[in-house]
Design a binder for this molecule. Structure first.
Ligand SMILES: [Zn+2]
Length: 390
């Protein structure tokens, strides 16, 4: 059966128009100072340097033009439409972190590729958001929860916006320092560990490895706490952070002793050959596995544009929804962000795997005609797994 894809796009445009007619809550603060970019179904930002003077003007534009992607500057400008960028006269930018499942090298992606997203991908990226907030933004940078805004991207990631007044004026270099700190860039073993000489009972001198304590602030405490956490999970978990099988078993056996030592900064309770080399490898390995998931381009560039919260994502038909951090653990992107809820559509579907949406499991489909809820049909259509018939 030959079905034109353009037919589906017309229908989705109508749904988008309807969404913007009925929705509110997609107006950014200080709207007239923002630069906007809109996309089509091929390019997420096709036109930029757009500006709107009021919420009403913006709403009317969205209802009429039905762009499948709407991006907005994290920056405020005196003249958002001026070009080149210098002429816009930058007034400040929100600090933004972008976490995306695509950058996470997950085992499920070997099965479904990086353009599809499964429940496993979504829960992995959510866990990283919680880690970023609870282990870095709050304790190390001193931000409070009401200064953070969490935004599901509408596809497979999250954006975290920091709205604090004092961070607005940070330039590119200061932003880079923040993202480097979080990713542990430039961290060296020697920054955290020293070899301390001591006298044995026999009178001979020995060397003891002194390192971070569990109660330490910043990266020091994180290194100590994370190692203890891995240790508690068992020998397999230690092997995953680069420890040899035999040593892993020995460490696990003596874990309460080791924990007591690290509590006081003594990392030398158990005998390990070439201890300095050994811990160096373990610590560096851990630091990287913790935090290389942030897209630094987004954080470092004060004139970056990101998906505007509560607008439609044109690759899924889902809402790029604004959520409170306290709601995050119960938030289900594949249920809580469905924009097109009315009725069913008939589609010709080809889906090699399953799709879970609104608690229901759909597929697999082998080039077959099925009638599905509108939100599910649009999702499959936009992902290229279905053609819309009616
Ligand atoms: Zn997955």
């Amino acid at each position: 059966m030959e079905i034109e894809r353009s037919h589906g796009y017309e229908l989705v445009s109508k749904l988008i128009s309807e969404y913007y007619s009925n929705a509110e809550g997609f107006y950014p603060e200080r709207i007239s100072q923002r630069e906007f970019g809109v996309g089509d179904y091929e390019t997420k930002i096709r036109f930029r340097h757009l500006s709107f003077l009021s919420n009403n003007e913006f709403k009317e534009y969205l209802i009429k033009k039905t762009p499948p992607f709407v991006s907005c500057s994290t920056a405020f400008y005196k003249y958002p439409t001026y070009r080149p960028m210098e002429n816009k006269q930058w007034l400040g930018s929100e600090l933004v972190f972008d976490l995306d499942a695509t950058d996470m090298k997950l085992s499920c992606q070997l099965v479904h590729g990086t353009s599809f997203v499964c429940t496993e991908c979504l829960s992995a990226v959510k866990k990283e958001v919680i880690k970023l907030v609870e282990e870095f933004l709050i304790p190390d940078f001193g931000f409070s929860l009401n200064e953070l805004e969490i935004n599901f991207s509408g596809n497979r990631g999250y954006h975290i916006h920091i709205k604090k007044e004092s961070t607005l004026s940070l330039d590119g270099n200061a932003r880079k320092e923040i993202s480097n700190y979080i990713s542990g860039a430039g961290m060296a073993f020697e920054d955290f560990f020293t070899m301390e000489e001591f006298k044995r009972e026999s009178g001979r001198t020995g060397k003891k490895l002194i390192g971070p304590k569990i109660s330490d602030k910043g990266w020091k405490g994180k290194i100590a706490r994370n190692f203890i956490k891995e240790l508690g999970k068992g020998p397999e978990s230690l092997e995953l952070i680069g420890i040899d099988k035999k040593i892993a078993r020995n460490l696990y056996k003596k874990r309460s002793l080791i924990e007591m030592g690290i509590n006081n900064g003594n990392w030398d309770i158990v005998y390990i050959k070439n201890k300095e080399e050994f811990w160096k490898k373990v610590i560096l390995n851990q630091a990287i596995s913790q935090s290389d998931k942030i897209d630094k381009n987004v954080t470092n560039d004060p004139s970056h544009m990101v998906r505007l919260p509560n607008t439609i994502h044109g690759e899924t038909g889902l809402i790029s929804k604004k959520i409170k951090f306290s709601e995050l653990s119960n938030f289900d992107p594949m249920s809580d962000t469905i924009a097109f809820k009315k009725g069913n559509l008939k589609v010709l579907a080809e889906l090699p795997t399953t799709l879970t949406m609104n608690g229901e499991i759909y597929g697999p489909y082998k080039n077959q005609i099925v009638e599905l809820p509108t939100g599910v049909s649009v999702y499959l259509f936009l992902k290229g797994n279905a053609k819309i018939i009616v």
